[in-house]
Design a protein around this ligand. Structure first.
Ligand code: FRU
Length: 480
């Protein structure tokens, strides 16, 4: 009888959760019709309505990739966090599923997903408010699903309620399995406001033991490390994370917050991570944060929030805000990570609108989407103007052979970085209705930048040299 009683309680809870979710879905359906489509992305995941930030729970379960995200349906501003949900068979065609997690006493902050005994388990940060300074607390929660669509929260939440130093900043768990154990890295800070990442271990995802601090700012690496991820590439360990509070240094750290990585060696005996290189940014564009990865068939895929905190998001007046980058595949080459667009992205190519030299002042006209492959002579200047065909937002891409830098100039707001091609000297540029992603060469330098054109795109060669150019339109692969 005790067992039956437990089942009845779980059942009631699920019914209540489903009712709330049905209400949200009905609201989304109604609001969808009011969205102004001008900046809506055609092949990037974006919220159906309302606000999106970090990617969460990027994983593979029951034949599909799952990509959850920080979601607030009711306004195109940040609010009490839900988890939105998209799935894809191939990392380019995405479908929206019902909202996965809804806030109750806790806001559902960022986290990750694993598969345990055929069940999908989400681990996320529950952020609660308190009466006393600092007026919030963060602990780790679990939610389960048998179908990857409906989730129920664990009755015994939170499973991981405190940090070694009592810091209330304790968020964004990234879980993985190694041998018999589950491990998790979680972002936090020291008492004197230095960002750090904590490592824990569990036999069952429910009881957790603190192991070590695997990374910590010595003072100049920011006050909080958000969204950590920890994985292997070619036998090395990579700590990926999003530190807040780095001070700009020349061309580096120009965004409000950064995302990057440290490469090193890690031991499952001592739980010590020994860095071999200092922190490197992983993307040099204006809008890239809170990146996270997943592994499938030996390949490591990354996705990031294609926006930045505390900057304007011009689409918000249209009823939505926020997007995900295209999925990238990571590789370790020497002591750096290179990042290529996922291979399946070529299945989006529709029509070849240009194939041949693009002469000075000649331009390619595209509708809302495009992929351009451009090769020039790197001993000379390259300059490309990418602008709305009816005006609006624009970006100038430049290569300066004197300083060997690639420059992305978005209306005077410049991001630039040195580029030493490892092989290919091609630029691969992805344009969507309000975004640009530039992959240089083998992916050694990448820029992700939101830009808001009026109408479609016009790509003009402003350099004296002809540029060998192929341009495709890309089909829609996400819901309207
Ligand atoms: C990063 C972040 C996370 C947090 C989430 C809240 O962008 O601040 O640390 O879990 O967003 O929405």
């Amino acid at each position: 009888p005790a067992g039956n009683c437990f089942i009845a309680v779980v059942h009631l809870k699920t019914i209540k959760e489903n009712l709330v979710i049905n209400e949200i879905e009905a609201y989304i359906e109604e609001k969808r019709a009011e969205i102004n489509p001008r900046y809506r992305l055609h092949y990037h995941v974006a919220p159906p309505v309302g606000w999106m930030n970090d990617p969460n729970g990027f994983s593979f379960y029951k034949g599909q990739f799952h990509l959850f995200y920080q979601f607030y349906p009711y306004e195109s501003q940040w609010g009490p966090m839900h988890w939105g949900h998209s799935v894809s068979p191939n990392l380019v065609d995405w479908k929206t599923l019902p909202t996965a997690l809804v806030p109750e006493e806790e806001m559902c902050f960022s986290g990750s997903a694993v598969v345990k005994d055929d069940e999908m388990v989400l681990m996320y940060t529950g952020r609660t408010t308190t009466d006393e300074e600092p007026f919030y607390n963060e602990t780790q929660y679990l939610a389960f699903s048998n179908d990857g669509i409906e989730f129920h929260k664990y009755e015994g939440n939170p499973v991981l309620p405190y940090t070694p130093n009592g810091s209330p900043d304790f968020r964004d768990p990234k879980v993985w399995k190694h041998g018999e154990h589950w491990y998790v890295v979680i972002g936090s800070k020291t008492d004197d406001e230095r960002g750090r990442v904590l490592l824990y271990r569990s036999p069952d995802l429910i009881s957790w033991e603190f192991l070590s601090v695997i990374g910590e700012s010595s003072g100049d690496m920011g006050y909080m490390w958000e969204c950590p991820d920890f994985f292997q590439l070619k036998g090395k360990h990579i700590l990926l994370m999003s530190p807040q509070g780095l001070v700009p240094q020349g061309d580096r750290y120009k965004n409000v917050h950064q995302t990057g990585y440290i490469i090193g060696k890690f031991s499952y005996e001592t739980f010590e991570f020994v860095p071999e290189i200092s922190f490197q940014e992983i993307d040099f564009g204006h809008d890239f944060y809170a990146a996270t990865t997943t592994e499938k068939d030996g390949k490591r895929y990354l996705v990031a929030w294609f926006n930045m905190w505390d900057v304007p998001h011009p689409e918000d007046v249209d009823g939505w805000a926020g997007a995900m980058t295209i999925i990238r595949e990571l590789e370790l080459v020497g002591n750096r990570i290179v990042m290529k667009p996922v291979e399946t992205i070529t299945t989006l190519r529709e029509e070849t609108v240009w194939d041949g030299n693009l002469m000075e002042n000649e331009f390619v006209q595209l509708d809302k989407t495009g992929e351009l492959l451009i090769t020039g002579d790197l001993s000379q200047n390259i300059e490309l103007l990418i602008k709305g065909s009816n005006g609006g937002g624009q970006v100038v891409l430049q290569w300066d052979p004197q300083v060997r830098k690639v420059v992305v100039d978005r209306e005077g707001d410049i991001r630039q970085v040195e580029w030493l091609p490892l092989g290919s000297e091609q630029w691969r540029i992805f344009l969507d209705a309000s975004s640009l992603e530039l992959f240089c060469g083998e992916g050694e330098v990448v820029f992700s930048t939101r830009v808001y054109p009026d109408g479609g795109w016009q790509v003009t060669n402003l350099s004296p040299q002809p540029l060998d150019t192929i341009a495709y339109t890309l089909r829609r692969s996400v819901p309207e």
